[in-house]
Structures are given as C-alpha cells and as structure tokens.
Design a protein. Structure first.
Length: 198
C-alpha cells in the first residue's frame, strides 16, 4: 500500500505540471491564461500560438497521464487482484493533478488530453476508437469542446468494451463526469452560438 500511495502522489505531482504554460514560455508566447478561454489546454494554446504549440501541449498533457499509469502497471503486480484498483487510483491522481494543479493554485485544464494518455495505456483500442470519434466530431462541428464532450460521454462505453476491469470502468465513469463538469461553460457557450470554432 505504501507503493500505491507513493505512485499516487507522484502521479498527482506529474499531472500538476502545466504543459501549456511551459510550451508557451519555451516558444516565447504569452501566458495562455490571459487570452482566449484562459485555459492551459491544447485547444487554447493552439488558438493562441499555432499548431506546433498545440501539438506539444497535447503530447505533454497526454504523457502526464500515460507515464505514471504505465509505471503503476509495471510495479503494482504484487497486489494481485487489487492491481487494477491501485492503477486506477494512480490514473485518477494524474488527471486530478491536471485539473487541480498544485503549482497553479489548483486552477488547471479540463482533463481531456491527460485522460486520453491514461486510456491509451489501460485500453489502447478504446483510445484508438475515441480518437477516431474525436476527429470525426471535430471535422463535423469544428469545435474542440463539443468533440471532447462527445468522447467523454462515450468513454465508459469504450472502456467497458475494450477493458475487462471493473476498476477501469469505474475510473472511466469518474473521469467522464469530471470532464463533463469542467466543460459546462463551453456547453453553455455552444448553445448560445458563442463557442469558438476552428
């Protein structure tokens, strides 16, 4: 249990790393928190600084979910039947760190890319299908937030289909709910016709 606790703390601290802010500074751009949606996620950084910055932010945020979860799967084998539960706790901590980062007064992103990194490790086929849905939705709606919301709604379904684990299914439900709550303002703007499009 000490190892689970240590990995959970590590995942939270990794999740708290503000990829979007670091990318903006590295490229000589302004702080994304002061422009557009004020968010540090891929979409806002992309709108502010372009494709390269958006891609780097996406990779950084996804890695914050993928790396601690991959480490947990490798090191928590001694838990036996409880391994999936331990891994799920680590995954949840990574996403929580992104949404409520220690380094930014607990005001972070919306968890989409970090959740994708988690799912890519736990259920690669689920991640692949959700990525396809996201790209299809984006091509039709031209709206990042709506595409993310569609994938969030489908996340528990995808995890249920491609991962034989109750712990991972519960995790998917919790992360889905968190992403939906984080996007409530985007949804309101979308219905008002005010949500930014590509």
């Amino acid at each position: 249990m000490h190892l689970v606790l240590a990995l959970t703390v590590l995942a939270y601290l990794m999740g708290s790393i503000p990829s979007g802010l670091l990318v903006a500074r590295a490229l000589g751009g302004p702080d994304p928190r002061g422009f557009g949606s004020g968010n540090l996620g891929t979409a806002n950084v992309y709108r502010l600084l372009g494709r390269k910055a958006g891609a780097l932010t996406l990779l950084g945020d996804a890695a914050k979910g993928a790396l601690p979860v991959a480490l947990a799967r490798l090191t928590l084998t001694s838990l036996g039947a409880w391994q999936d539960t331990g891994v799920a706790l680590v995954a949840a901590a990574a996403v929580a760190g992104h949404v409520f980062p220690l380094y930014l007064s607990f005001k972070g992103g919306k968890g989409v890319a970090t959740t994708f990194g988690v799912v890519a490790v736990l259920a690669p086929w689920a991640a692949l299908n959700l990525a396809a849905v996201y790209l299809l939705a984006l091509s039709q709606t031209r709206t990042f937030s709506v595409s993310a919301l569609i994938c969030a709604w489908l996340l528990p379904v995808a995890m249920g289909l491609f991962a034989d684990s109750k712990a991972y299914l519960l995790l998917a439900g919790a992360l889905s709910g968190l992403i939906l709550v984080c996007h409530r303002d985007n949804l309101e703007r979308f219905f008002k016709g005010e949500e930014p499009r590509l």
